[in-house]
Design a protein around this ligand. Sequence first.
Ligand SMILES: Nc1nc2c(c(=O)[nH]1)N[C@@H](CN(C=O)c1ccc(C(=O)N[C@@H](CCC(=O)O)C(=O)O)cc1)CN2
Ligand SMILES: [Mg+2]
Length: 286
Amino acid sequence: MIIDGKQAAAELRKQLSVQVDQLQQEKNIIPGLTVILVGEDPASEVYVRNKVRQTRELGMNSNEIRLPADTGEAELLARLEQLNRDSEVHGILVQLPLPAHIDEARILAAIDPQKDVDGFHALNSGRLFNGSGDALVPCTPQGCVILAKRHLGNDLNGKHAVVIGRSNIVGKPVAILLLQENCTVTIAHSRTENLAGLCRQADILVAAVGRPHFVRGDWIKPGATVIDVGINRIADAGGKSRLVGDVDYQAAVEVAGAITPVPGGVGPMTIACLLKNTLAAARRYG
Ligand SMILES: Nc1nc2c(c(=O)[nH]1)N[C@@H](CN(C=O)c1ccc(C(=O)N[C@@H](CCC(=O)O)C(=O)O)cc1)CN2
Ligand SMILES: [Mg+2]
């Protein structure tokens, strides 16, 4: 079975659209998102364009700030300070990756945690870690869990989830979310011994390594739910560029009970969950 992330994202957006209208009618608040893009990375440009378009389609306000690649850290920090003070802005997102001369951690720490719709600020990671319930949770991990639950009848209780990847953006937060769903969670990475054998024990396998086709078909337990977070651009035999995940999809689809495709799996959910966080920030702090 193919887990359709495009469809799931469309359904989520439809629900959010009703809630955006309600917030405006009841509290006269229109959620506002500002996205900052530094430089001209073509993939980032596409993602930012999609974020802005989808935000507006939901009836929320959206503003895009484009800065040249040589923008200094001080300039970016000054922009963030201004946005932190702006009461019309409920969500602030700095598109990653940033140019190498900018200290990413310093920038992410400068975003008001109440407006941190990416959920990357230490206060939000801490709240997620503590299970305090009021965290703004990173978007891709939220999307992964929504898609896994969608396939498994909303119930992940007792499942063994193996997460390959330990980044702050995907690996670690998705592991915590799965733990909150009562999964037994193993976090693995490129240095894990007998990774294939470990993956074969997974009822839910989340691949977030950033390497094309890293997970082989024979690493997958028959019937497992496979969530592929990878978005890798590779050249095919004819020299044409195409998008593939971290999982060898052709092989995996024969073994898995369900799998997210790339494109059309986790990616669309990332943006839908960003819209969800923007609405949540406006509701809570607007
Ligand atoms: N500040 C952030 N930066 C980045 C994030 C993030 O969540 N916050 N995630 C990624 C990029 N990203 C969103 O920003 C993102 C990536 C991919 C998709 C998506 O829908 N992909 C499509 C395929 C699109 C294509 O053809 O290229 C799919 O998988 O179907 C959405 C968002 C890194 N940076
Ligand atoms: Mg850097």
